[in-house]
Ligand binder design. Structure first.
Ligand SMILES: [Ca+2]
Ligand SMILES: [Ca+2]
Length: 99
């Protein structure tokens, strides 16, 4: 999957939310399969971290942010976090398809 532009261009919220780029649900400075898993786990709830677009419900629209920013790194982070592309045998597509 190709990267989509520079970190923080699309999907950066100007609020003081701890998530710097839309899609980093677990706050580890990289958007990867673990974030997709977190969105899927929170599906149908109002979980603030997983409700990326802040519309009050975790649904496929939030998963789309993870997809759009997949494998992006937080350029503000002082370390590089290796993205995880496979979690318990599942890829991003597996999580997207289950939404
Ligand atoms: Ca993350
Ligand atoms: Ca949402």
């Amino acid at each position: 999957m190709a990267l989509h532009g520079d970190w923080g261009v699309a999907g950066t919220f100007t609020s003081s939310n701890a998530t710097l780029v839309a899609g980093d649900v677990n706050g580890d400075d990289v958007i990867d399969v673990r974030d997709a898993a977190a969105v899927l786990t929170a599906r149908g709830t109002a979980d603030r971290a997983a409700d990326i677009d802040h519309d009050g419900t975790v649904d496929a629209a939030d998963m789309n942010w993870v997809v759009q920013n997949y494998l992006m790194q937080n350029s503000m982070a002082d370390h590089y976090t290796d993205p995880v592309k496979r979690l318990q045998g599942k890829t991003l597509e597996d999580y997207v398809n289950r939404m």
